[in-house]
Write a protein that binds this ligand. Structure first.
Ligand code: 48N
Length: 311
């Protein structure tokens, strides 16, 4: 059962003794609110504790409720977000939990290439842009979104608006939950998490233990670079579930993009790899500054997850 949560009115009733205002003052003053830009803008009054409790009760209720999820997506880059969008729209019954180590989700999709802003997407991945209502210029075999942030901010807003999706950013996956299933196979059954600032400082303190989220399917889209790139692929090696990493090969756009989309799969029971993390697992080529395979592989990962959950 979810823990009891205080309601905001309880705060007004148990106002600290030092407060000079009567309980009803705050409630009556609601009609004093004034959107005035001539020097008399007036907000509804608030207690600081109301702000704290409004955040705390929602955040920790979410942690409590998502301790068991249907699908966990590790990494909110273009592949992880595309996966979350397709999965959560196709299956509104699923509790989809996205874990993103950075405070800012989006991964490498805020810029195109070499810090330039336009984002190139090769056809047929432009269909996904049309589904999201993202405008682009058509260059024949590919399209160009005027700013990568237009794609990333749009898909982020769509994903976060979905009622069955939770995004926990500034939250790192530090390990995988790996169990032996009833067939004697090693199965990934969840993730081990910590706030990223803690995860990055384990060497400065002792025993800052992690938390867990269990789920029947984990989709890892942690990219090929960055402080924790290819996290799950590397963990499979150190956990003895993968002999060695394939290591991402040199750039070849025409080979790289179909390899990532077609190769997106359940690499070990319970764990799907997608996006550029897969290139490190399989040893496929990199594609550089073209993002269609990130969108399409994320969609493929969503379909794989649904196949696994429904099997
Ligand atoms: O954007 P990325 O890095 O990964 P993808 O696969 O979504 O997109 C990759 C794409 O941006 C490219 O690299 C392009 C196409 N270039 C290719 C090339 O040839 O260079 O997003 C991964 C996300 C990031 O936001 C990380 O912060 C996050 O995953 N992350 C984690 N989140 C939680 N726990 C972790 N352990 C973790 N590791 C990474």
């Amino acid at each position: 059962m979810a823990p009891p949560v205080a309601t905001d009115t309880a705060i007004i009733e148990d106002r600290p003794a030092y407060s000079t205002k009567k309980n009803t003052a705050f409630v009556d003053k609601l009609d004093d609110v004034l959107e005035d830009y001539e020097g008399n803008y007036r907000f509804a009054p608030i207690e600081e504790a109301q702000v704290s409790r409004a955040m705390i009760k929602r955040y920790f209720n979410t942690m409590y409720e998502r301790a068991v999820s249907d699908v966990v997506i590790v990494g909110a880059g273009s592949a992880g977000l595309s996966c979350a969008y397709r999965l959560a729209t196709e299956r509104p019954d699923l509790k989809v939990t996205i874990l993103e180590a950075n405070v800012a989700p989006g991964g490498g999709a805020w810029l195109g290439g070499q810090l330039m802003t336009p984002m190139v997407v090769r056809k047929p991945a432009d269909r996904f842009l049309r589904e999201l209502g993202i405008p682009y210029e058509d260059e024949g075999n590919f399209v160009v979104v005027k700013h990568a942030a237009l794609f990333t901010s749009t898909i982020l807003s769509r994903v976060l608006a979905l009622p069955n999706v939770v995004l926990m950013n500034a939250t790192a996956v530090e390990d995988l939950i790996i169990r032996t299933d009833f067939q004697g196979r090693q199965r990934v059954a969840g993730v081990v998490t910590n706030w990223t600032l803690v995860a990055l400082n384990h060497d400065t303190q002792s025993c800052m233990d992690p938390n867990t989220i269990t789920a029947p399917v984990i989709i890892s889209a942690t990219g090929h670079d960055g402080p924790m790139g290819a996290f799950s692929a590397k963990r499979l090696v150190s956990a003895g579930l993968l002999k060695e990493l394939g290591n991402m090969r040199g750039l070849d756009m025409n080979r790289a993009e179909p390899a990532i989309v077609n190769g997106t799969r359940e690499v070990t029971p319970g764990l799907i790899l997608t996006g550029m993390e897969l290139s490190e697992h399989d040893g496929s080529n990199r594609m550089g500054p073209t993002f269609g395979a990130m969108m399409a592989s994320g969609i493929k990962a969503a379909k794989e997850a649904i196949r696994i959950l429904d099997s």
